[in-house]
Design a protein around this ligand. Sequence first.
Ligand SMILES: C[S@@+](CC[C@H](N)C(=O)[O-])C[C@H]1O[C@@H](n2cnc3c(N)ncnc32)[C@H](O)[C@@H]1O
Length: 182
Amino acid sequence: MAGGGSLFAFLFGLALVGAAGCVYPGADVPYVQTPDEVVVEMLQLARVDRNDVVYDLGSGDGRLVIAAARDFGARGVGIEIDPRLVAQSAESARRAGVSERVRFREGDLFQTELADATVVMLYLSRELNLRLRPKLLRELRPGARIVSHVFDMGDWVPNRTIRVEARERSAQVFLWIVPPKS
Ligand SMILES: C[S@@+](CC[C@H](N)C(=O)[O-])C[C@H]1O[C@@H](n2cnc3c(N)ncnc32)[C@H](O)[C@@H]1O
């Protein structure tokens, strides 16, 4: 009986890891992709254009940064802690023909200088958004846009919130505009 219980716990644990995605050592959140339909909505919500520099903090397979360059003419920077995903992103950018307009850096998003970003994309967690908030307000220029898939920023009220349907699920996407420095 005890053996059966242990087996159940082991299988349940495996299922949880599978559901959460793969967590790279040192990563603050697991790797889960933003669906492509939501990627488009996020970039449109920020009104990304060819004058923008779009950062994705925790860029996964690079899809947001690559779409910003390929479909909106922007430049982009992806910061990702998992070197395997950084390599995959660079290869996808090459195949999409946007290598000249994007960069993927292996590193910790909290150690990344954000001053040249005009748009920041996030799909992290509420807790990480709250930890990031002072850095975003300190380093980004007034007028910079921040877009977050699913997770809000506590009592920082978004300028816009939309609901997006993808893969038979519905998710909120939030937009904040960095206010003038006081
Ligand atoms: C939920 S995924 C989002 C991936 C991508 N932005 C997207 O929307 O498809 C979060 C990503 O952040 C990365 N990550 C977690 N903690 C990080 C950190 N401290 N610095 C950089 N990347 C991190 C994870 O490895 C993962 O790829």
